[in-house]
Design a protein around this ligand. Structure first.
Ligand SMILES: Nc1ncnc2c1ncn2[C@@H]1O[C@H](COP(=O)(O)OS(=O)(=O)O)[C@@H](OP(=O)(O)O)[C@H]1O
Length: 365
């Protein structure tokens, strides 16, 4: 009697349990199908996208580019906000060190494989800013002045200034003063025998006036260009003072000789400063070839800004707005008497010819 009563109670309890387990199984199965359906959709979608893009690029490159553009944005924010390192650069400050921390697990800081070593007022900032458009270039925004001013800080210090880069990307910095400092060629060679060197050269007379224009903009009360260019009180009133920095920097052959004692000519690429203004895409094409990179920066990246009188970028790195270099780049020059300019042209003539012979290129100055 008691046994049949228990049985009567157990059957509905058992049925309840069975119903509960069945419902749970139904819920789990539905969840599984819903979720796996979604994932399939996402996977299919991204696979489609990957297929479309990889028609143009190999997968590894795609991966590197994606990381690179992501990382570039991070570095640049840091580079603008950190403190400068002995820099005379127009835009830059060194901040690469903190900007990428934890952002990319495959990128590392490396010593530069390419350096824009000169020349001051040649158009080095324009070149660097244009090169930054390339996804395979990681460029330091400021001038680190390592080989001329901060060498005692050591290579680790220098390396830590560099932006993080992925394998296959070219790390680049620019310090125009390297070209004219005696120790730089040997020191750079000691760092790397393979490093690629870039020199932006410009008519040394215009370059000297540009240099002087910068000097007077920073230091009021500087004597006139003529006074500083010619030796005062000498028999030959028009003897050029080749030791005055704006004149001395333009003795390109003299400086190049020191570099050629350490590096073969093929390892040095000369950018034609005037053509960098008249045909930036052409000059950039040659620089990309020299760096062993795909020609990605082309004339579609530039437009000529009539107000500025210089080529500007349609879309600089990390922005969608057109951008020209700052006020100190491409500014009106100090007014110099034509006779002085003529005398300086004569002075530079033999030096220029020697430079053309050494490089195998006629720059037409
Ligand atoms: N696209 C574009 N926009 C503006 N300026 C341009 C450009 N391309 C080349 N240049 C020339 O660059 C000259 C400045 O050279 P640098 O950047 O090497 O100067 S610096 O040494 O870093 O101070 C600067 O010299 P100045 O004209 O004397 O100001 C320019 O002539």
């Amino acid at each position: 009697m008691a046994g049949s009563h228990h049985l009567q109670q157990d059957v509905p309890r058992f049925l309840h349990k069975l119903l509960f387990m069945f419902s749970l199984a139904v819920v789990c199965a539905s969840l599984y199908f819903i979720l796996s359906g979604c994932c399939d959709f996402i996977l299919v979608d991204s696979a489609k996208h990957l297929k479309q893009t990889s028609q143009l690029l190999p997968l590894t490159e795609l991966f590197q580019r994606k990381n690179a553009s992501f990382e570039k944005r991070a570095t640049d924010v840091g580079a603008r906000s950190a403190s400068p390192v002995g820099s005379t650069g127009a835009t830059g400050a060194v901040g690469a060190q903190s900007a990428n921390v934890g952002k990319d697990w495959t990128a590392t800081r490396r010593l530069p494989q390419a350096i824009i070593i000169g020349v001051k007022k040649g158009g080095t900032r324009a070149l660097l800013e244009f090169l930054r458009l390339h996804p395979d270039i990681r460029a330091l925004g400021s001038e680190p002045h390592f080989f001329d001013r901060h060498y005692s800080r050591g290579l680790n210090w220098y390396r830590n200034l560099m932006p993080k880069a992925l394998e296959g990307q070219v790390v680049l910095e620019k310090t125009p003063r390297y070209f004219v400092t005696a120790d730089s060629p040997g020191r750079i060679h000691a760092m790397s025998q393979e490093v690629k060197l870039i020199v932006v050269v410009r008519d040394p007379v215009t370059r000297a006036i540009s240099d002087y224009t910068q000097i007077i903009s920073k230091t009021p009360g500087v004597p006139s260009f003529e006074t500083l260019t010619f030796h005062n009180g000498t028999e030959e009133a028009l003897k050029v003072d080749s030791l005055w920095s704006p004149i001395w920097i333009g003795l390109y052959a003299l400086h190049l000789e020191r570099w050629l004692a350490h590096f073969p000519l093929e390892q040095i690429h000369f950018v034609h400063g005037e053509r960098l203004v008249s045909d930036p895409a052409g000059e950039l094409g040659r620089v990309q070839d020299f760096l062993g990179l795909q020609r990605i920066i082309t004339d579609k990246h530039f437009y000529f800004n009539k107000t500025k009188g210089f080529p500007c970028l349609k879309k600089p790195e990390g922005s969608s707005k057109p951008h020209c270099l700052g006020r100190t780049k491409g500014r009106p020059h100090a007014d110099i008497h034509p006779q002085v300019i003529l005398r300086l042209r004569q002075f530079y003539q033999p030096h220029n010819l020697r430079f053309y012979q050494m490089t195998g290129q006629d720059f037409g100055w």
